[in-house]
Design a protein around this ligand. Structure first.
Ligand code: ADP
Length: 450
C-alpha cells in the first residue's frame, strides 16, 4: 500500500492515525513544532521531524516544511487528521505534484464541499434535502429582505467559506437584516478571506444528525449510520452519540441510503460526513466534511470498523473491504470531548497535568495524547482527550459513562469533566430529549458547578 506515512497533525488525532498505521504495518513519521517536542505522537512514531516554531501557521500549516519532511524521510503518503490542512485542496494538489499521496478525497471534492454554497447546490442535485434558503451568495440588501420575507424570520446568515462554528449570524427581524449582513460580510472577509454570505431558514429546535460515509473513489460507497451531535456550545460539538435517540429505523434507513447513493454518484473517495439539521421529521442538509471527524469513534464502537484503517486502504487504491450488507450496528456509544477549559466560563486552561488517571474497564475507550506531568501548550486547541463509552443499550451506556466520569482524574488544570458529570444525571439527557440549543439553555440556568 504505502511505504511510509507522514502524519501532518498533533495531539490525539496524530496518535489515532499512528495506531492505525501500526496495525497495518506501515512505518510512520511524526511532525512537530518546537512546543511539541515531548508529545506522545513524537515518542511513538518511527521517525520525527521538527517543522517549525509553535504558531500553527509556521509549523502544522507550513506546507514547504511538510514537503521537506516527506522528502527527507521518504514518506509517500500524508495523513492530515482533522483541522490544520485536512480540508485544504491546494495542499492535496501540491502533494500530488510531488508524488506524495494525500490520504483524503480528491481535491475537486474537497474544494466543492469547502464552498458551502456549491455544496448545497450539489446536495440538491443529488437528491439530498437541504435547508430552505438563497440559491447562492446574496447580492444586495433588497435581495436579502425579499428572500427572508419569502422564507420567514428568523433566518441565519452564513459565510460561504465558513467553518468551525464561525461566520454565522441569526437575524430575527427585518430591521436587523442590513446591519447583520454588513457585519457578517466583513467578519467573513477577515476570517476566511471571502465575503460571500448566504442566507437560510434558522431552525429553532433541530437536532444535528450526521451520516458517516466511506467510498473507494470508483463508484462504490457505503454508509456507517448516523451520529447525533446536538449537544453544542457556540455551534461546537461537545457530546456525540450513535445511534440518535430521535430516529426510528425507517427514517434512518431512508436518509442513510439517500446519502450513500449520492456518494456512489459522485464516486467519493475516503471517509466523509454529511451533516443535517433534523426537525419535525425532516432532514435538512447543512454541509459535508471531507475528512475524518473528531467524533468518528462513536461510529467505530457501534460498527467495529476502524475508519482510519479503511481511509488509508482506499487512499492506497484498494477496493472497499466491505459491502453495505457487511455493516451491522450493535449497542450504543457516547463520546465526551474533554477540554482544558473552565467548565462554566469555558476559559482555556493550559498548563501542567500533575495527576492523570483515566478510567478503564469494559466498553471504555480513551483517545488522548496526554500523560502524567504533560504540559498542555497554549498554542493549539484545548482538547485534552475523548472519553468514548459503549454499552448494549443506551441505558447501559449512560450508567457506564457515569462511572467512567467518576473514575477520571485530571489534576493541575481545569477541565470540562464537571460539565459531563452534570449532563449524565440530567433528565433530558437521560431521556435523549434535547436539541442544538439545549446545552446553552442548560448552562444559562447555572446548572454546572465548578
Ligand atoms: P461549521 O462548518 O462552522 O461547523 P455548520 O454549517 O456545520 O458550520 O453549522 C454548525 C452548527 O450551526 C450546526 O450544527 C447548528 O448548530 C448551527 N446551524 C447551522 N445552520 C443552521 C440553521 N439553518 N438553523 C439553525 N442552526 C444552524
Amino acid at each position: 500500500m504505502f511505504d511510509k506515512i507522514l502524519i501532518a497533525n498533533r495531539g490525539e488525532i496524530a496518535l489515532r492515525v499512528l495506531r492505525a498505521c501500526k496495525e497495518l504495518g506501515i512505518p510512520t513519521v511524526a511532525v512537530h513544532s518546537t512546543a511539541d517536542e515531548d508529545a506522545m505522537h513524537v515518542r511513538l512514531a518511527d521517525e520525527s521531524v521538527c517543522i517549525g516554531p509553535p504558531p500553527a501557521k509556521d509549523s502544522y500549516l507550513n506546507i514547504p516544511a511538510l514537503l521537506a519532511a516527506c522528502e527527507i524521510t521518504g514518506a509517500d503518503a500524508v495523513h492530515p487528521g482533522y483541522g490544520f490542512l485536512a480540508e485544504n485542496a491546494r495542499f492535496a494538489e501540491i502533494l500530488a505534484e510531488h508524488n506524495v499521496q494525500f490520504i483524503g478525497p480528491r481535491p475537486d471534492h474537497i474544494r466543492l464541499m469547502g464552498d458551502k454554497i456549491a455544496a448545497k447546490h450539489t446536495a440538491r442535485e443529488l437528491g439530498i434535502p437541504t435547508v430552505p434558503g438563497s440559491d447562492g451568495g446574496i447580492g444586495s440588501d433588497a435581495e436579502a429582505v425579499r428572500l427572508a420575507r419569502d422564507i420567514g424570520f428568523p433566518v441565519i446568515l452564513k459565510a460561504a467559506a465558513g467553518g468551525g462554528g464561525r461566520g454565522m449570524k441569526v437575524v430575527r427581524a427585518e430591521s436587523e437584516l442590513a446591519n447583520a449582513l454588513a457585519t457578517c460580510r466583513s467578519e467573513a472577509k477577515a476570517s476566511f478571506g471571502d465575503d460571500t454570505v448566504y442566507l437560510e431558514k434558522y431552525l429553532e429546535r433541530p437536532r444535528h444528525i450526521e451520516i458517516q460515509v466511506l467510498g473507494d473513489g470508483k463508484g462504490r460507497a457505503i454508509h456507517l449510520g448516523e451520529r447525533d451531535c446536538s449537544l453544542q456550545r457556540r455551534h461546537q460539538k461537545v457530546w456525540e452519540e450513535s445511534p440518535s435517540p430521535a430516529l426510528n429505523a425507517a427514517t434512518r434507513d431512508q436518509i442513510c441510503e439517500t446519502v450513500a447513493r449520492a456518494m456512489r454518484d459522485i464516486k467519493y473517495l475516503g471517509v466523509g460526513t454529511v451533516e443535517f439539521l433534523f426537525e419535525d421529521g425532516k432532514f435538512n442538509f447543512i454541509e459535508m466534511n471531507t475528512r475524518i471527524q473528531v467524533e468518528h469513534p462513536v461510529t467505530e464502537m457501534v460498527t467495529d470498523i476502524d475508519l482510519v484503517v479503511e481511509q488509508i486502504r482506499v487512499a492506497g487504491g484498494n477496493d472497499l473491504s466491505l459491502a453495505q450488507g457487511d455493516v451491522s450496528f450493535h449497542g450504543h456509544a457516547i463520546e465526551c470531548r474533554i477540554n482544558a477549559e473552565n467548565p462554566v466560563s469555558f476559559r482555556a486552561s493550559p498548563g501542567k497535568i500533575v495527576h492523570y488517571h483515566p478510567p478503564g474497564g469494559l466498553g471504555v475507550r480513551i483517545d488522548s495524547a496526554v500523560y502524567h506531568n504533560y504540559v498542555i501548550p497554549p498554542f493549539y486547541d484545548s482538547l485534552v482527550g475523548k472519553l468514548i463509552v459503549h454499552g448494549k443499550t443506551r441505558v447501559e451506556c449512560l450508567m457506564r459513562l457515569k462511572r467512567a466520569l467518576d473514575e477520571f482524574v485530571i489534576d493541575g488544570i481545569e477541565t470540562t469533566l464537571p460539565l459531563f458529570r452534570a449532563l449524565a444525571q440530567e433528565a433530558a439527557i437521560i431521556d435523549g430529549d434535547y436539541h442544538i440549543h439545549w446545552l446553552e439553555e442548560f448552562l444559562a440556568r447555572g446548572a454546572v458547578e465548578q
